[in-house]
Write a protein that binds this ligand. Sequence first.
Ligand code: FIX
Ligand code: ZN
Length: 408
Amino acid sequence: MIPPDALEAAVAEVLAGTQVIDIHTHLFAPGFRGLGLWGIDHLLTYHYLEAELFRFSPIRPEHYWALDIAQRADLIWKTLFVENAPISEATRGVVAVLHELGLDTSARTLEPYRAYFREQNLPDHITRVFRLAGIESVVMTNDPLDPEESPLWDSVTPDARFHASLRLDRLLNQETGHTPAEARRFLESWARRRRAVYMAVSLPDSFQFPAPDRRNQLLTEAVLPACRDLNIPLSLMIGVRRQVNPALRLAGDASARADLRSIETLCREFPGNRFLVSVLSRENQHELCVYARKFGNLMPFGCWWFLNNPSMVEEITRERLEMLGTSFIPQHSDARILEQVIYKWRNTRRTLAPVLANAYRLLTEDGRGITRGDIERDLNRLFRTNFEELCLSGANPSRNRPPPASSA
Ligand code: FIX
Ligand code: ZN
């Protein structure tokens, strides 16, 4: 049994050694030339930092967008890192990445960092970044209607560290001219060929199900039956208000509370489907846990986007542990730039260790001792097997992995 005052160190140690599966990112396998972003200029022009730039600099968005990427990165570095202390989550993240890569974090210009990244060979760099982040594999976001991405699939070498997922935003939100039957055939064939581990869509706070609209019809007649046939879940990311400030481009999206009765209806009316759900509004988190207690086919996941800050991750994870035990997936990185996985996963581990240790301490005080085996089993569930059982045990047996070697 682990003594109460040693629990936090034990959880941190097991967590450090748990190779996580990052279940939602915007990263790409190295074969998707040019689509996968990495390096200092992309790290600095991440849309989280662009939003912060416009709070600290008088530059007008149209002038910012007229700059090239190196000039934008220079401006962000000068404004947020040199003239101000980088204390926000997104700015601290860049500093943490540079530090973990062994670089001096106090340079006044970006030249030393650019020189470092120029020397990296991408495949080796990916291996090192995954090792530093403690991740085994990531799920990409693949839009089958993306004209840049689609042609690359035929020449890409499969890489077991990068799972495909079928992103439906364009298909569900744009008029593509497909009938539901055609859409269903298209989705099934794409998902089979690319071995998609789930289908996914982001939805506005105004999302309603049922509702007499085309998105509902496609969900009911194409997406849900295709997911059932393929035995993969549908991931719903709910509560984004796209482009409240279009001048900021990707940084111009916001969040709002959604009506989760739609989730209730979907889980109840489609018991043969499984749903991964992340909600963007803090106010929706508790009811998501309540619904997860009602429906075994609902798997809450992640602290998405504006929630991926230590204060929010701590609150949400404590609530989920209290209401769901280990039957949820605590986090995904949403990384858009490769090296971000280093700080996002480091911060997640740092926030989660005391939350989990506290739950164990309360148990210990009531006489139920905790062993290292308990901690290993729980963390393995939270960061690996909850996802593997939901997403990797689907129709395509070649995707299944052998069970992990059993630990003592
Ligand atoms: O819709 C999504 O997958 C969002 O995560 C992104 O589009 C968003 O811009 C983002 O990067 C959030 O972290
Ligand atoms: Zn995302």
